[in-house]
Ligand binder design. Structure first.
Ligand SMILES: NC(=O)c1ccc[n+]([C@@H]2O[C@H](COP(=O)([O-])OP(=O)(O)OC[C@H]3O[C@@H](n4cnc5c(N)ncnc54)[C@H](OP(=O)(O)O)[C@@H]3O)[C@@H](O)[C@H]2O)c1
Length: 249
């Protein structure tokens, strides 16, 4: 039988031996749900959120039902987590929405919704989490980008632009927070089979895969592999980076 994964603690004795505390956004399904299972199994204390509840939450997980674009709800959650567990080590800004539409057919309300969740929501979490991390002079923030941005994917103008904004603020926050030993990076997945891409036609997905150096669908493990690297204690000199999967540059 394989050895259990090592417990995620920050030291050997005293309060430093407490489990690392992580916030993951967008946990009710898809990649976020997988992240919950992955990190609770590794001994992290995880707090997650989404607008709907989560089925069968594992031990070591607490859920907050909220919209990431609601400033008060986000602030209340971050500080409740900080008070409850006495620390906040990691933020994984996973919550996101997409919409596939030609620009001529895209209502402004769709653009607003996409930016509210992907940009404003993730920025709010990063800001509040960073305030908590600054107190202990330690933190890891991981944002979600997408290969749709460098591929200039037709039909995803609003989505790709929102993630370009995420990449941009990732680089700037990395500079603003570097002095506090807080790193800020982003992972840019290729298509992964979740509800997010359910309405994207199969031929579009296939064309996207053909543009990759390694031509296959993304899997959850591809994403956790990059996040594991970003949040490692030894990755304290890795910041302001976006790692795209599948060989997109
Ligand atoms: N799947 C892909 O092919 C792919 C590729 C590149 C990048 N990504 C990125 O990966 C991340 C996760 O995507 P996914 O594929 O796992 O999507 P998904 O299956 O649709 O799940 C999205 C999650 O985000 C939550 N969420 C959405 N809007 C929210 C809001 N306003 N407030 C709170 N929670 C919200 C959803 O829960 P509720 O609906 O319950 O709120 C759900 O738990 C996103 O940032 C996405 O852009 C995905």
């Amino acid at each position: 039988m394989a050895d259990p994964p090592p417990r995620a603690t920050t030291g050997t004795t005293g309060p430093e031996a407490m489990p690392e505390v992580m916030i993951i956004t967008g946990t009710s399904k898809g990649i976020g749900r997988h992240l919950v299972d992955h990190y609770t199994a590794r001994g992290y204390q995880v707090a997650g959120c989404s607008r709907s509840p989560i089925d069968a939450p594992p031990d070591g997980y607490v859920h907050y039902t909220l919209d990431v674009a609601d400033e008060k709800a986000v602030t209340d959650m971050v500080w409740d987590v900080y008070k409850r567990f006495g620390r906040l080590d990691i933020l994984i800004n996973n919550a996101g929405i997409a919409s596939m539409n030609h620009c001529l057919l895209t209502p402004l309300s769709t653009v607003r919704d996409i930016f509210s969740t992907n940009v404003f929501g993730s920025f709010l979490f990063a800001r509040e989490a960073a305030k908590a991390m600054v107190k202990r002079r330690y933190g890891r923030i991981v944002n979600f980008a997408t290969v749709a941005t460098p591929l200039r994917l037709e039909g995803e103008a609003a989505y790709a632009a929102s993630k370009a904004a995420v990449e941009s603020y990732t680089r700037i926050l990395a500079r603003e927070l570097g002095g506090f030993n807080i790193t800020v990076n982003a992972v840019g997945p290729t298509p992964v089979q979740t509800d997010l891409i359910r309405s994207v036609p199969k031929r579009k997905i296939q064309a996207l895969i053909e543009a990759q150096a390694i031509r296959r669908m993304g899997e959850y493990r591809d994403i956790t592999n990059v996040i594991d690297f970003f949040i490692a204690r030894d990755s304290d000199f890795v910041t302001a980076q976006t790692i795209y999967l599948g060989g997109i540059a």
